[in-house]
Design a binder for this molecule. Structure first.
Ligand code: AMP
Length: 399
């Protein structure tokens, strides 16, 4: 079965085409700068063939049409006819309380995803554009929605509730939802496999550290807590997002700086985090380099970053009553041996001991990086697209 996986953002559409016999990724790429002049399509084929094309792509329908044209192209493509695409899996950021797992998209589901726009105004509208475009272009091909929030929807109420008046939860669904769920699910499943134990017997802490960062406590395969909250702003320090902050501090800043909701939103999501603290970059590589050269604010940003990861590892070990494995994933989690080392330093008392030679290796495969003690530490490259393809396969096979 051939499955197209789409991740539709505000000005980009990322795609992967899988042949699920053997879970082979036949082609992948991205259309960038949709809606502005000089949109670009970068396309890669399984055999190493790559191309980069420019064009005027005004909207998501045109972008996906372009992707289909390339997938079918005699020179660059991998399939001969649109009818070879058996199903499409879409990443949808917010599924609210409605969706605890992936679903086949029908009219009712579309309405429900629309209803979640209020909860994710920056993401769900673009995800919907991708679905609508596919409906127009691929008519009767079944489509599946895979939600970033779904994996966290079994959290206990005492973990997802905020200490606000209960009526506000009932009125506006203000609660912790959590994000990066597809990634936390994938790496926790892989970790169980690496540990050779059923996931139902494991307590795992998964750290997705990329431009956005979140940690999850996965007990017996269920996410019982996670650092991102009502929005992806809460929790760990991120590239440009604050992570945890006293809400009253924001009110104070709004009053002193005389800024409104829009500017405050931009402040906490686009100008804070690693970028806001260091004043030089949101990119961990650049901050590690600047720290090595003695830049004190870059060093402070990195110190804050690793301290929060460590703090949540301790908190989640307590929440689960122990921990069997810690997983690092995402651009920083997979690549920065320094961040892993510093996030885990001092945690020997829980039974965590990194093996420096394993931790320092540049291996890009999933691997253990600890000394083999009580708590195993793993680096697992995430693969959210494969989870979306697998869910899509499972749901459409049962249709
Ligand atoms: P992602 O959002 O998962 O693509 O991750 C992006 C983040 O990963 C950026 O902060 C990058 O600086 C960081 N990153 C990628 N490679 C490395 C590396 N070799 N060392 C440190 N950070 C890295």
């Amino acid at each position: 079965m051939i499955i197209l996986v789409l991740n539709s953002g505000s000005s980009s559409v990322k795609y992967r085409l899988f042949n699920m016999d053997g879970e082979r990724c036949l082609a992948w790429g991205v259309v960038e700068r949709i809606g502005s002049r000089g949109a670009i399509l970068k396309h890669n084929r399984e055999d190493g063939h790559q191309i980069k094309l420019a064009g005027d792509i005004s909207d998501h329908t045109k972008a996906i049409e372009y992707v289909l044209t390339i997938l079918l192209s005699p020179n660059h493509g991998v399939i001969k006819d649109r009818s070879q695409i058996d199903a499409v899996g879409h990443r949808v950021v917010h599924g609210g309380e409605e969706f605890t797992e992936s679903v086949v998209i029908d009219k009712v589901v579309m309405h429900q995803i629309h209803d979640c726009i209020e909860l994710a105004p920056l993401h769900n509208p673009h995800n919907i554009k991708g679905i609508t475009a596919c409906r127009a272009l691929l008519k009767d091909v079944p489509q599946v929605a895979v939600f970033d929030t779904a994996f966290h929807q079994q959290m206990p109420d005492y973990s997802y509730m905020y200490g606000l008046p209960y009526i506000l939860y009932k009125r506006y669904s203000v609660r912790r939802f959590g994000f990066h769920g597809t990634s936390h699910r994938y790496v926790s499943d892989r970790a169980a496999s690496m540990l050779g134990k059923p996931i139902e017997e494991l307590k795992l802490i998964t750290c997705h550290l990329g431009n956005g960062c979140s940690t999850a406590a996965v007990s017996c395969g269920i996410s019982i807590d996670t650092t991102m909250g009502f929005t992806p702003t809460e929790g760990l320090l991120m590239g440009t997002r604050t992570g945890d902050i006293d809400p009253a501090a924001l009110l104070y800043i709004m009053s002193r700086e005389e800024i409104g909701v829009g500017e405050a939103n931009s402040l906490i999501n686009k100008h804070s985090g690693l970028q806001g603290i260091s004043g030089i970059s949101n990119d961990m590589r650049e901050l590690e380099e600047a720290t090595a050269k003695g830049n004190e604010r870059a060093e402070l940003a990195v110190n804050m970053f690793v301290y929060r990861v460590k703090k949540y590892i301790g908190a989640y070990a307590a929440a689960m009553g122990g921990v069997d494995g810690i997983v690092f994933t995402g651009g920083i989690g997979e690549n920065s041996s320094e961040v892993r080392k510093r996030s885990l330093s001092g945690l020997e008392f829980i039974g965590i001991e990194l093996a420096p030679e394993l931790n320092n290796s540049d291996d890009s495969e999933e691997r253990f990086v600890d000394k083999g003690g009580r708590v195993r530490v793993m680096v697992i490259p995430t693969n959210e697209e494969l989870v979306i393809a697998r869910d899509t396969l499972e749901l459409v096979t049962g249709m």
